[in-house]
Design a protein around this ligand. Structure first.
Ligand code: GDP
Ligand code: IMO
Ligand code: MG
Length: 426
């Protein structure tokens, strides 16, 4: 097999693992960064010499002016929020940020998608709430799957757009009426699309030729995942999932890079775990340990500000994630958050209805699973200034090496703080 220089960076927990900061680090010398799925439901925090940013739809390679950033074919795009995000980042970073392109196949998040997201969630009974980010992600992907979507490239052909929206809108309006929501006029939506075309039209391209050239000439390409496997629509805690595939298979689907060419996969995991939104979360803590993790870890959503549910590292779920993604290297983030914990637990199996499980069961069983833990002594030292593996306290190294053994995957990167340089490369 021909060697490539393509790396996928994927979340191997419930999202918010620190993907953004890892992509930002590797993007320092990347030729292309491609966000391959999801939309502005993402909140990817990046802290570097340009400032502190929460990226929602923009790829985390935008701070390198020599990197081409692509919002890939597998994404769903809200151009209103992309506009705001760009303005905000330009203001803080004092950089022009002109290196962002959108694949013409990316789907458009229309205002009615956002309205429907909120309304559908409100109709779900309390035990079945997904806790979506209300960005219109689910309704937009629903339209994509039912062949009723609009794509970025449609903005460029006004005649086609008008014909297509005239056909689609009556049905959308009926859905909105069902939920008691206000309906849309064709002319208003066409005016909005014209505005989007004016601002973004020249950045909407067919990305296949440029990505193909990069892959075939061994250029450095990064594929940036949104969310994590536990909320993957096929392999996560369905129905409490997002409507796309954060796993590496989604990267092949949504980025114009063929599956065989993704030869390095960095799985990003926190040294503990968090989850925002509904659904089972087997290692969730409800006591003061959860509060301590949340406060020290700053565990509040980068997009919605919601407090994140917090718990211990689940090695069984992470092992599943490593297998499903073909993870070649792990990046273990937020080690420093555990610096003041005397005891650290790691889930090594589950008890469900009196039976022992050594592997990750399906969603329904997860609801009843009781984690079985292995206990580690904490290192009780500040790791935030550690620059290399040797600097880490012995007990912190032991923790990393034990996780490595459990997951049978090398932990090649360890972060000890949110800044770009607070990353230990082993
Ligand atoms: P993403 O969605 O996977 O990119 O992750 P988020 O940005 O939503 O959440 C990660 C949070 O942890 C952000 O607030 C980061 O600034 C922060 N963070 C990332 N790595 C570290 C680390 O090693 N230590 C600490 N203390 N914070 C970190
Ligand atoms: P990043 O990329 C954490 C969660 C929501 C909800 C479910 C579906 O920053 O890791 P959606 O709006 O996608 O329909 O919501 O998924 N969720 C996230 N949780 N980080 C994210 O993104 C998330 N994006 C969606 O809370 O439970
Ligand atoms: Mg996030």
């Amino acid at each position: 097999m021909k060697k490539t220089n393509v790396t996928a960076i994927v979340g191997v927990q419930y999202g918010d693992e620190g993907k953004g900061r890892i992509v930002d680090y590797f993007a320092q010398d990347a030729d292309i960064v491609i966000r391959y799925q999801g939309g502005d439901n993402a909140g990817h925090t990046v802290i570097n010499d340009k400032g502190k940013f929460a990226l929602h739809i923009l790829p985390s390679g935008i701070f390198n002016p020599d990197t081409m950033n692509i919002v890939g074919a597998g994404t769903v795009v809200n151009f209103n929020t992309m506009h705001e995000e760009l303005e905000n980042i330009r203001k803080i970073s004092k950089m022009p940020i002109e290196n962002v392109f959108i694949d013409s196949r990316a789907h458009l998040i229309m205002p009615y998608h956002q309205d429907l997201d909120g309304a559908e969630e409100a109709k779900r009974d309390s035990s079945q709430k997904i806790g979506t980010t209300k960005r219109g992600i689910g309704p937009c992907y629903t339209d994509k799957a039912s062949r009723s979507g609009l794509r970025a490239g449609d903005l460029l052909d006004e005649e086609f757009l008008e014909k297509r929206l005239s056909m689609l809108l009556p049905r959308k309006n009926r859905e909105l009426e069902y939920y008691g929501l206000k309906t849309y006029e064709l002319k208003d939506l066409l005016a909005l699309c014209a505005k989007w075309k004016e601002e973004f039209g020249s950045f909407i391209i067919d990305t296949v030729p440029v990505v193909r050239e990069a892959v075939e000439s061994n250029k450095k390409v990064l594929l940036e995942g949104q969310l994590g496997i536990m909320r993957d629509n096929d392999w996560g805690i369905y129905p409490y999932t997002t409507s796309s595939n954060p796993t590496v298979a989604g990267a092949a689907n949504g980025s114009a890079v063929p599956a065989w060419a993704i030869q390095k996969v960095i799985g990003v995991a926190k040294a503990y775990s968090t989850s925002v939104g509904g659904g089972p979360y087997m290692t969730e803590l409800f006591d003061e340990t959860a509060t301590k993790l949340r406060e020290i870890g700053g565990e509040y959503g980068a997009t919605t500000g919601r407090p994140r549910r917090c718990g211990w590292f689940d090695a069984v779920a992470a092992d599943y994630a490593c297998y499903m993604n073909g993870v070649t290297d792990l990046a273990l983030t937020k080690m420093d958050v555990l610096d003041t914990f005397e005891k650290i637990l790691v889930c090594t199996g589950y008890q469900i209805d009196g039976q022992y499980y050594s592997y990750l069961p399906e969603t329904n069983l997860q609801e009843r699973a009781k984690p079985i833990y292995k206990e580690f002594d904490g290192w009780m030292e500040d790791t935030s200034k550690c620059e290399k593996w040797e600097d880490l306290p012995e007990k912190a190294k032991e923790y990393v090496l034990e996780l490595e053994k459990m997951l049978n995957t090398k932990i090649s990167y360890i972060s000890v703080g949110p800044k770009r340089e607070q990353l230990i490369v082993r």
